[in-house]
Design a protein around this ligand. Structure first.
Ligand code: NAP
Length: 246
């Protein structure tokens, strides 16, 4: 495993699923971690801190709200002294066919999946630029690259996130900050539990490794991109999809 000893990370959407696993793996690598979700999760923070013997703080914050994010990130920087790693992972789905999709279904997904990346990255960029180091990892999706019906909102948000990733990578490269995206395929979490059993079986059959992914499959990729060893990788989209997009 990569060493992140002495580093501090912020993980958004870390109350469950992929984000929670990312927080645990970064902690296992030695990083202090701030876990963010819409509500504070002190029990999760306590458990991660005790298990991995690092500092883990929990904050309730809507990651699409500039004021809340600026205030929360300021507190985290004060607590940890510095932040080296930002994982923009929070995300939602509001699937529906285009003709039936309501305005809030579109707007909420764009706000939480895409605007949040702009808001959170901007809130930390000055701090990272000043330190001339940083790792930003944005959670895209295979559906931002090779998508499907019923996800106009989600596909647009994740394709947009890939656009921000590439633009930010150009902008921050000379300041020692890398910006990459991960595009998971089908990962077993609450988000995919909502899907019909036959849809899951259909996808499983189409995945070259013939299995769904686990949150830890994504989390290990995050740990690598967050490490010093990944210093020469920026502006990339790493698929963690069992070969689905090969
Ligand atoms: P999940 O289990 O539904 O977890 C979503 C997380 O986002 C929760 O911690 C939730 O916190 C948080 N969140 C939602 N809205 C928020 C807001 N406004 N402010 C702060 N936190 C917010 O989802 P997941 O499956 O782990 O997915 C995580 C990421 O991976 C998402 O970006 C998703 O699009 C992406 N992804 C997932 C898959 C998959 O197969 N699961 C595939 C490709 C990409 P609360 O506790 O506050 O609700």
């Amino acid at each position: 495993m990569f060493s992140l000893k002495g580093k501090s990370a912020i993980v958004t959407g870390a109350s469950r699923g992929i984000g929670l696993e990312i927080a645990k793996v970064l902690a296992e690598c030695g990083a202090n971690v701030a876990v963010i979700a819409t509500r504070e999760n002190p029990d999760i923070a306590q458990e991660i801190a005790n298990t991995y013997n690092i500092r883990c703080l929990s904050y309730g914050c809507d990651v699409s709200d500039s004021e809340q994010v600026n205030e929360t990130f300021k507190k985290i920087i004060e607590e940890f002294g510095a932040v080296d790693i930002l994982v923009n992972n929070a995300g939602i789905t509001r699937d529906g066919l285009m003709m039936r999709m309501k305005d809030p279904d579109f707007d909420d997904v764009i706000r939480i999946n895409l605007r949040s990346v702009f808001v959170c990255t901007r809130a930390l960029a000055r701090h990272m630029m000043g330190r001339r180091q940083g790792r930003i990892i944005n959670m895209a999706s295979i559906n931002g690259i090779r998508t499907q019906a019923g996800q106009a909102n989600y596909a647009a948000s994740k394709a947009g996130l890939i656009g921000i990733t590439k633009s930010n990578a150009m902008e921050f490269a000379s300041r020692g900050i890398t910006v990459n995206a991960i595009a998971p395929g089908f990962i077993q979490t609450a988000m995919t539990e909502k899907l019909a059993a036959e849809t899951v079986e259909k996808y499983k059959a189409a995945i070259p490794v013939q299995d769904l992914g686990k949150p830890s499959d994504v989390a290990y990729a995050v740990a690598f991109l967050a490490s010093d060893e990944a210093r020469y990788i920026t502006g990339q989209v790493l698929g963690v999809d069992g070969g689905l997009n090969a």
